[in-house]
Design a protein around this ligand. Structure first.
Ligand SMILES: [Zn+2]
Length: 62
């Protein structure tokens, strides 16, 4: 992910890491809820509204 993405999604990531992922809204279009897919390798957080997503290895999720 780019540094811009990291900034845009930072609040969302922090909420998910804090265990409060259920009520999150997309930072691009404000669609809610976001879809969170955890695999052993990566976490992907995606929006079904505008199809924005971020994926990577985020501490504590994998
Ligand atoms: Zn969206």
């Amino acid at each position: 992910m780019s540094e811009d993405d990291a900034v845009i999604w930072q609040d969302v990531l922090e909420e998910i890491l804090a265990g409060r992922g259920g009520a999150l809204a997309c930072p691009h279009c404000n669609h809610s809820p976001l879809k969170v897919d955890n695999t052993t390798e990566l976490t992907k957080i995606s929006c079904s509204g505008c199809e924005a997503f971020i994926q990577g290895r985020f501490g504590g999720l994998n």
